[in-house]
Design a protein around this ligand. Structure first.
Ligand code: MEV
Length: 313
């Protein structure tokens, strides 16, 4: 019975702008989701319940795409430590672990990381109604750090295209960073936030200027990361958070947690799609930053960025 696990992720810089061709930097975190799959006589089941398109949308998409209709049913067991709808890649990790366990059950052996990343993006694309970039699914499949860019450069893993859009996904070595995540506890749905930004972009040229400016911050952030310049990177986090606020995806809770974390950190920003979900702070005082986030009403996680991607357990 194949059992696969995949990590959650944080986006360091570039969320939302990456949907419009700007670069982004993301990395795996050490909270993982596990899915096991075994063949059964009878219809598909998830954690003992019948597979439902509504409750198990990612699994249902993966089954339709990957599982031959003439084969018997699949019994899935899922177990997740990535909080859901928190901007930490819970649905991407679930898609990745599901596709990996299903491919292993169908074909035997260990599926190629690229095949898993592509299948998981197809599932996310289906669930989100054709929105969003492959940043999350590639990061949860590959692990480590992932740099997404319009141009292909050194470290290219694979390229994924949707219509006129093409994302080149690269391996990125994450330097030793201390990141504290603060979860607001308010659920943020990626598809809704991506649609909200799309409406703003459709109405106003100014939104596109903000997106281009976020792209510029990602390029600056990349050079700060390579120089291991935490102070500069922290200032870039703060500016990125302001630009995301202008795009309309921050919330009073996210602003409050970022503000609280700044006293003991280099900088803080929302991470992922926003509209709820989580923020991250770059700090070398993890405990003090975690305490400040807790006092401001959030749930802190001190995470280690850049760990392993998908694996069969
Ligand atoms: C969500 O984690 C990241 C977004 O940029 C959407 C996407 O890239 O698909 C908001």
């Amino acid at each position: 019975m194949p059992r696969a696990s995949a990590p959650g992720k944080v986006i360091l810089l570039g969320e939302h702008a990456v949907v419009y061709g700007e670069p982004a930097l993301a990395c795996a975190i050490d909270l993982r989701t596990t899915v096991s799959a075994s063949a059964r006589d009878g219809p598909h089941r998830v954690n003992g319940q019948p597979l439902s398109d509504h409750h198990h949308a990612h699994l249902a998409h993966a089954i339709r795409a990957l599982w031959p209709a003439d084969r018997p049913g699949v019994d899935f067991t899922t177990e997740g430590r990535v909080p859901s709808a928190a901007g930490l890649g819970s649905s991407a990790a679930l898609s990745v672990a599901t596709c990996a366990s299903l491919l292993a059950l169908r074909d035997g052996g260990v599926p190629a990381e690229e095949a898993v990343a592509r299948a998981a993006y197809d599932a996310e694309w289906g669930v989100q109604g054709g929105r969003g970039s492959p940043t999350d699914t590639t990061t949860c499949a590959h692990g480590h750090g992932v740099l997404v860019d319009k141009a292909a450069r050194e470290g290219l893993l694979w390229a994924i295209e949707r219509g006129p859009r093409r994302w080149n996904l690269h391996h990125f070595d994450v330097p030793d960073l201390r990141i504290v995540v603060g979860n607001t506890g308010k659920r943020g749905r990626t598809a809704d936030q991506v649609a909200k930004v799309a409406r703003f972009v459709g109405k106003s040229g100014f939104a596109m200027e903000v997106i281009r400016e976020i792209g510029g911050l990602v390029r600056d952030g990349l050079s700060a990361l390579r120089a291991k310049d935490a102070e500069r990177l922290g200032r870039i986090f703060d500016r990125d958070h302001n630009l995301l606020t202008i795009l309309g995806v921050s919330t009073p809770e996210l602003d409050r947690l970022c503000q609280a974390a700044r006293a003991t950190s280099y900088g803080a920003k929302l991470t992922g799609s926003g509209g709820g979900g989580s923020m991250i702070a770059l700090t070398d005082k993890s405990e003090a930053t975690a305490e400040a986030i807790r006092k401001a009403g959030g749930t802190p996680y001190v995470v280690t960025p850049g760990g392993a991607g998908v694996r069969l357990e």
